[in-house]
Design a protein around this ligand. Structure first.
Ligand code: ADP
Ligand code: MG
Length: 324
């Protein structure tokens, strides 16, 4: 049984259905309506040492990433981040480590005016759980389920560099030191697309943040919106480092399947294409149109206008255990 099967089978069905829950399990955040103006967006994410980050990751990067991944989920809903809670499990008290970890956390919190409002501290194998909350105007949030056939598919930034950095750390590929430092920064210090998310409230029909890989995360939009999609591989935003290190074909495959990018994948109706592109360009945010949604039930890819098979999926917990 896989991660999403577990969630569906054991946690999605429940007796309690409250009217103030606008959106429950199944999106990047839950949405709770407590006032006439705003919904509260809530998301929880856990980072486990050796699973979500290599054991040798610097403490500052672990702190940064714990907050960044949650702010990224808020960004995917178009929410403005406001409060975080931190549940920290530590194997031992190491004050130098804690100082660096907190520096990573508070740098990002200060930048986005987010306050740490609580948490829990326990002893055990290193694991960090962050619950982040944010605000989004009522009826202005972006979900995974609003996409329509014909909408255009976009992604922010470049994709695949974080996955390349992981491969370099694991010794699977050789990357020149100066380039290695650049892609390691992408893996260790992902920049949540908070401003892009809020700008997209006016334009996007759906959005998700890229944590598990482009194909895997696009599949969530397609399923939630009952649409299919075609990705034009020629147009994928891939860095020169990734392209030159792996060669074009392998670079494209990694961009499709590699996780940890924390870019936004979103869809925009034809009528809003120009307005959205202008607004994001004015904000200095790089976006790329990488395909279009359709009425099929599948995800396809083309290169040079020729269909090509998809060779790899994204990251999923428990995917190799009892996989039936
Ligand atoms: P993301 O990758 O955006 O953090 P996930 O893929 O981890 O989201 O989770 C998918 C959905 O399932 C989310 O809405 C999340 O809140 C929900 N979810 C995950 N685990 C649980 C759980 N143990 N109980 C209830 N809901 C869960
Ligand atoms: Mg997400």
């Amino acid at each position: 049984m896989k991660e999403f099967d577990i969630i569906k089978r054991y946690f999605t069905e429940q007796v309690v259905r409250r009217k103030d829950v606008v959106l429950g399990i199944g999106d990047d955040c839950a949405l709770i309506q407590t006032s006439e103006r705003n919904n509260i967006a809530v998301t929880t994410d856990t980072l486990v040492a050796g699973v979500h980050f290599p054991l040798a990751t610097p403490a500052r990067a672990i702190g940064h990433k714990s907050i960044a991944v949650s702010l990224s989920d808020l960004a995917a809903m178009g929410a403005e981040p406001t409060w975080v809670s931190l549940a920290l499990t530590l194997p031992e008290v190491d004050e130098v480590w804690l100082g660096e970890f907190c520096a990573g956390i508070f740098e990002l919190c200060e930048y986005y005016n987010v306050q740490l409002i609580g948490g829990d501290t326990t002893q055990g194998p290193l694991s960090i759980t962050v619950t982040a909350q944010g605000l989004t105007p009522v009826d202005k949030h972006i979900s995974r389920s609003g996409a329509k056939a014909g909408d255009w598919l976009y992604v922010t930034g470049d994709i695949g560099d974080a996955a390349l950095a992981l491969q370099a750390l694991e010794g699977k590929v050789q990357v020149e030191q100066v380039f290695k430092d650049q892609i390691l920064t992408k893996l260790d210090y992902p920049k949540p697309r908070v401003l892009a998310g809020q700008a997209l409230r006016e334009y996007a029909t759906s959005a998700i943040d890229l944590s598990d890989g482009l194909i895997a995360d696009l599949a969530h939009i397609c399923k939630a919106s009952s649409v299919g999609a075609n990705i034009v591989l020629d147009d994928l935003p891939i860095s020169t480092i990734l392209n030159d290190t792996l060669g074009h074909e392998n670079a494209v495959n990694l961009a499709l399947s590699g996780g940890d990018d924390y870019e936004l994948l979103f869809t925009v109706a034809e009528d809003n294409k120009v307005g959205m592109e202008t607004t994001l360009a004015n904000s200095g945010i790089k976006i790329t149109c990488i395909g279009q949604l359709n009425g099929s039930e599948s995800i396809t890819t083309t290169f040079n206008s020729v269909p090509v098979p998809i060779s790899s999926a994204g990251f999923e917990h428990f995917s190799s255990v009892n996989d039936d």
